[in-house]
Design a protein around this ligand. Structure first.
Ligand SMILES: Nc1ncnc2c1ncn2[C@@H]1O[C@H](COP(=O)(O)OP(=O)(O)O)[C@@H](O)[C@H]1O
Ligand SMILES: [Mg+2]
Length: 357
């Protein structure tokens, strides 16, 4: 062993006696992995019990080279500052490890390793609790959204009841119409909420992208055509299949197309373009419109429940779409420019290349 670790240099060893035995005992038995690597001689200088048990292959214990490759793969290529003192994570033998390398003089690296498998599980639970807080936020939103029209219906009907005897037929009709409008608002909201619980367990299948888009367009082309909107699509090779739940995908694209079509209201030459192309293991499906677009500020609220700029909007469409895309292990991205248009891209995992389904 190098002089640096000799008893006279090491603070832990300075006071001979039971003290040094205690330090050694702690180092050896602590619930952390401790590894000290000697860079000059390419050797493992120290490895405590935790680290020995952790880095033990079926056949043999990992040596200096194996440990360097595992824990410091960029050592020698990256600058010291990028490695030393930085905490990394690593999946190893079904455990999630967090480790931090420190430098002791120029020749030794000291690595502290923690098993954070349990901590990351707890973090996931914390995240879930967090989304439960969101749920209560959603419920208070629903109460508010349902409460308003119901109050208004109640008021309309009670005014009507009080005055029924002397109201003309057309006045009665106006009051009934007002109540009906509020009721359809409630219905609309309930319809939107249905998609929340509908798909708790996604049924992931191999979906042929072009067939799916064609079928989808044939379903909505009438409505879009009536609104004067031109719709086109392109599937860029080699895109073929995605791993998706077709019902979820349908709902997601419907929500996005509905938004695009709303944004195109009163616009010149309204168009929607659907484009599917491959992106790093995913198929990116983009729905682009040349509608009113959004400012950067407007874009910050997009996924908040009940955020809407529409008189009859629910503000749930994008939030539901994002939830569904996440259920399919995908992601969503929105780019928008005020008065130019909006591009919404969903990333869905690629499927198998085989016969059409
Ligand atoms: N393609 C788009 N172009 C412009 N604005 C959009 C587009 N898509 C969404 N938005 C904005 O995001 C808001 C929220 O959308 P969404 O969650 O679908 O709820 P809703 O459509 O009921 O308002 C919309 O009210 C609108 O302001
Ligand atoms: Mg919408």
């Amino acid at each position: 062993m190098d002089d640096f670790f000799s008893a006279s240099n090491c603070p832990a060893m300075k006071n001979k006696g039971p003290g040094n035995c205690l330090y050694a005992y702690i180092m050896e038995n602590i619930d952390l992995g401790i590894v000290i690597l000697g860079l000059k001689r390419h050797e493992i200088i120290f490895k405590n019990k935790f680290a020995s048990e952790l880095f033990q292959d079926a056949k043999e214990k990992l040596g200096y080279k194996a440990l360097m490759t595992l824990l410091l793969p960029t050592y020698g290529e990256s600058s010291h500052n990028e490695i030393i003192g930085k905490t990394n994570t690593l999946w190893y033998k079904n455990r999630l490890l967090g480790y931090t390398p420190y430098m002791i003089s120029d020749d030794f690296i000291w690595i502290i390793i923690r098993d954070i498998t349990e901590r990351s599980r707890l973090e996931s639970i914390a995240e879930a609790v967090n989304s439960m807080e969101n749920t209560s936020y959603i419920f208070s939103g629903i109460r508010h959204e349902l409460g308003n029209p119901i109050n208004s219906i109640k008021m309309t009907l009670s005014v009507l009841k009080k005055n029924l005897a002397h109201y003309s037929t057309s006045a009665v009709e106006r009051f009934v119409d007002r109540a009906m409008t509020e009721i359809s608002r409630v219905e609309f909201l309930l319809q939107a909420l249905k998609s929340f619980s509908l798909f708790e367990n996604p049924d992931i299948q191999n979906v042929h992208v072009e067939d799916f888009i064609k079928r989808f367009i044939s379903l909505v082309s009438n409505d879009l055509g009536n609104a004067g909107i031109k719709t086109n699509y392109v599937v860029v090779p080699p895109v073929e299949h995605i791993s998706a739940d077709p019902r979820l995908l349908h709902q997601v694209i419907l929500n996005l197309i509905t938004n695009a079509s709303d944004a195109l209201h009163n616009c010149e030459n309204p168009q929607i373009m659907i484009r599917a192309e491959r992106k790093e293991g995913f198929v990116a499906i983009t729905i682009e419109d040349n509608g009113i677009g959004m400012t950067e500020e407007e874009q910050t609220n997009l996924f908040k429940p009940f955020y809407t700029t529409k008189q009859r909007g629910t503000g749930l469409g994008l939030m539901i779409a994002l939830k569904m895309v996440t259920l399919m292990k995908g992601n969503m991205e929105i780019k928008s420019y005020k008065d130019i248009g909006t591009k919404v891209t969903i990333f869905i995992p690629e499927g198998r290349h085989d016969a059409r389904t």
